[in-house]
Design a protein around this ligand. Structure first.
Ligand code: ATP
Ligand code: MG
Length: 452
C-alpha cells in the first residue's frame, strides 16, 4: 500500500465525506510504487470544481485551472491540485484539447493519461486502480502509451518528448510500438511551444539515464532539435574517437557528475548536449583518412546560441553555455602566471565549469593513453587552479598595498594610481615581486620617484 501524507489523506477523506469519490493519481502513485518520495500529490475526484471549492471553503484556493477542472487548495505551505475526473475532447493543434468533459468514474479519467505508469490511482479504501497494466510496466521498467500510441501522440505532440524524458528520469526502456510511433510522429514536436521543449529537454538531460536515452532515442529527439540528425552517423575516424558525433555527445552528457551544483547543472548539461553540434558542418577528411573539424568550437558556439534562442532559454544559460563551447577544446596553461591570469579574467567558478566540460568530453573519447594523458592535464590544472584561487594573488584587491598607499608613496592622484597598482600586480603574477607589503611600498616609491 501507499503511505499518504496525513494532509493528503484528510483531503481525500473530506471529499469522500461529502459523498464523492477521490484518489491520488499520476506521478505520485508511480513514484510511491517505485519507492521514491513524490514531489507533489495530485488528487482527482468525482466532485465538480464548484463542489470542491465549497468543500474546502476554509482553505485558500487558486482558481487558474478551473476551465480544465482543477482547483488548487493551499494547506500550510503546500499546494494540492484537485481535478475533476475528465476526458479530453478532440485535439485540434496537436496540443490543446478543444473541450474537457467531466466523467463520473476514475477509470474514465485514467484513460486520458499519457503512459500506463502515469495512469494509476490510489485511495486507502479501494487500493490501487490500475486499468492499463501500469504496475506491470513499472516492474518491467517500460514506458508504454495508454491506448494506441500513434493516436495518443497525434493528440498531443508533447507526449513524444515526455516518453523520452520519463525513460531518462526513471531509467526505463520505451515499449517498441510506443517508440516506433514516437519516431513516426517526431516532427509534430515542432508544434510544441519552445519553452515546453526547453523544460522537457532539461528534465531529460538531468535524468540518471540521460546518456543511454540520448544515444538510443536520438532520431526521436531530432523532432525537437533537428540539428541532432546530422550528428547521427557523423563518423570521426582518427586517433581520439570511438563514437560518431551523436553517440559521443550522448556519452559526454552521461559523463557529467551527478552531484553538480544547481547553478552549474543546467549550464553544463546544455553545454555538453550542444558542444559538438557544428561538427557535421565543419567535417573534412585528411589524406590519412582521419576526420578534422576546423573551426567547430566557434561555429558550435554560434549554432548553440541560435538553438538556445530558438528554445527561449534563459539568457544566462545561453551565454554561459556558448562561452564554454567556444573554448571547450582549447589548451589549458600549466604555469602559474598564466593560471593566475585566467583566474583574474574568468574566476574560479567559471574555470571549474570549464574543467568539468573538458573531463566529460574526454570521458566520452576512446580509452587510450593519449586521452588519459589529457585527463591528467585537466586534473592537474584544476588542482593548481584551486590552490592558486585560495593562496595566490591575482586581483588588485589581493595586493598588500592599495590606492591610499600609492598616494602616500607619492604617486600623482588620478589614473596613475591604478596604473601603478596594475604594474605591481603584473610583477606579482609573473613572480618578479613577492606579495609583501614592505617590498610593494618600496616599489611604489621607486615608481613615484621615476615619474618626477
Ligand atoms: P513529474 O511532475 O514528476 O515530472 P508527473 O507524472 O507528475 O511527473 P506531470 O506533468 O506533473 O507529470 O503530470 C501529472 C500527470 O498528468 C501525469 O502523471 C499524467 O498522468 C498526466 N499528464 C500530464 N501531461 C500529460 C499529457 N501531455 N498527456 C496525457 N497525460 C498527461
Ligand atoms: Mg507532477
Amino acid at each position: 500500500s501507499i503511505a499518504l501524507p496525513p494532509v493528503v489523506a484528510s483531503l481525500l477523506a473530506r471529499l469522500e465525506a461529502a459523498g464523492h469519490t477521490a484518489y491520488v493519481v499520476g506521478g505520485c502513485v508511480r513514484d510511491s510504487l517505485l519507492g521514491i518520495v513524490p514531489g507533489d500529490w495530485d488528487i482527482c475526484t468525482s466532485a465538480t470544481p464548484e463542489q470542491t471549492r465549497k468543500i474546502f471553503s476554509d482553505c485558500r484556493q487558486v482558481l487558474t485551472g478551473m476551465k480544465h477542472g482543477t482547483v488548487t487548495v493551499l494547506c500550510g505551505k503546500k499546494a494540492y491540485e484537485i481535478t475533476t475526473y475528465r476526458e479530453d475532447g478532440a485535439y485540434a493543434d496537436h496540443r490543446h484539447p478543444e473541450a474537457v468533459h467531466f466523467v463520473p468514474r476514475v477509470e474514465g479519467d485514467l484513460a486520458r493519461r499519457d503512459f500506463t505508469v502515469n495512469a494509476m490511482a490510489y485511495n486507502p479504501a479501494s487500493g490501487l486502480v490500475d486499468c492499463f497494466g501500469g504496475r506491470a510496466d513499472l516492474t518491467a521498467r517500460v514506458i508504454r502509451c495508454v491506448g494506441e500510441p500513434c493516436q495518443r501522440f497525434a493528440e498531443d505532440a508533447l507526449r513524444v518528448l515526455r516518453a523520452v524524458r520519463f525513460a531518462s528520469q526513471l531509467d526505463f526502456s520505451i515499449d517498441a510500438a510506443t517508440a516506433q510511433a514516437a519516431l513516426a510522429l517526431r516532427d509534430s514536436v515542432q508544434t510544441v511551444s519552445p519553452e515546453r521543449i526547453f523544460t522537457e529537454m532539461e528534465k531529460l538531460l538531468a535524468g540518471p539515464a540521460a546518456g543511454r536515452v540520448l544515444a538510443e532515442f536520438g532520431p526521436i529527439l531530432a523532432g525537437a532539435l533537428p540539428e541532432i540528425q546530422a550528428c547521427i552517423g557523423c563518423t570521426q575516424p582518427g586517433r581520439w574517437h570511438c563514437y560518431d558525433v551523436w553517440h559521443h555527445t550522448a556519452a559526454a552528457v552521461g559523463a557529467l557528475p551527478r552531484d553538480l551544483a544547481p547553478e552549474n547543472a543546467r549550464i553544463l548539461r546544455w553545454t555538453m548536449l550542444l558542444h559538438d553540434m557544428a561538427k557535421p558542418l565543419c567535417r573534412t577528411v585528411g589524406s590519412d583518412g582521419a576526420a578534422h573539424f576546423p573551426g567547430h568550437n566557434q561555429r558550435g558556439a554560434q549554432l548553440a546560441d541560435r538553438i538556445l534562442q530558438r528554445l527561449h532559454a534563459p539568457t544566462v544559460v545561453r551565454l554561459e553555455a556558448c562561452g564554454l563551447i567556444a573554448v571547450h577544446d582549447g589548451p589549458l596553461p600549466d604555469n602559474d602566471p598564466a593560471i593566475l591570469r585566467m583566474l583574474a579574467r574568468h574566476g574560479e567558478v567559471w574555470l571549474e565549469r570549464l574543467c568539468t566540460v573538458k573531463l566529460a568530453d574526454l570521458a566520452a573519447h576512446a580509452r587510450k593513453p593519449a586521452v588519459e594523458a589529457r585527463e591528467q592535464e585537466v586534473r592537474r590544472f584544476a588542482q593548481r587552479m584551486h590552490t592558486l584561487a585560495r593562496t595566490g594573488c591575482y586581483t588588485l584587491r589581493g595586493l598588500k598595498v592599495g590606492g591610499g598607499d600609492a598616494l602616500a608613496a607619492g604617486i600623482r592622484p588620478g589614473p596613475a594610481v591604478g596604473e601603478a597598482l596594475q604594474r605591481l600586480l603584473d610583477d606579482v603574477i609573473d613572480g618578479r615581486l613577492p606579495n609583501e607589503r614592505a617590498t610593494q611600498m618600496e616599489e611604489l616609491r621607486k615608481m613615484a620617484g621615476g615619474a618626477h
